[in-house]
Design a protein around this ligand. Sequence first.
Ligand SMILES: [Zn+2]
Length: 209
Amino acid sequence: MGSLYPPAMRRLINELTRLPAIGEKSAARLAYHLVTSGQPLSLTLAEVLKEAAEKTHLCAVCFFLTEAPLCAICSDPARNRAVLCVVEKPADVVAIEQSGGYRGLYHVLHGVWSPLKGVSPDQIKVNDLIKRLYAKERGDDPLLAQVEEIILATSTTVEGDATALYIGSSIESLNIPLSRIAQGLPKGGELEYADQMTLHMSFEGRRRM
Ligand SMILES: [Zn+2]
């Protein structure tokens, strides 16, 4: 499919299919929209794509997205630095912030430990979290206060649970109280797609591990 389209449009379709959740039919539909809607949209899109890719990187401390060395949350003096919430992806930070109530710091793993999918702990930011907590213990992390609680807010999937357990066993000697969000979220549910009320309640109903 697609070989009947002219060459430049075919290239566009090929590149679009490299995006997550975009199959060949969706790519062809998007490409058709772009090439027929005139130059302004395509040019603006090209410009914002380049700018976003060049400017956006990961926060040096929590790995959320930022254009500065530190993200808006890490550099906000009003945040509670004694509570740390561990999530899988940046969209989870956004979902939790929108659900309201949480005012602590975050750590974004950028994935979950998944032996079945060939993802090992060193391919996600989990060891960075462990290093961060041990650095705090040594007094080397000025951003984090004495941690009073770590909320493990990875998805309630098998991989999310396994990742939470891995973190728990890796920092056992630090004796930091750990809790796991659970109640309210559907089993296998991803945080990003939970509605605000559900997410808020799963935080309120978190359990000590
Ligand atoms: Zn940050």
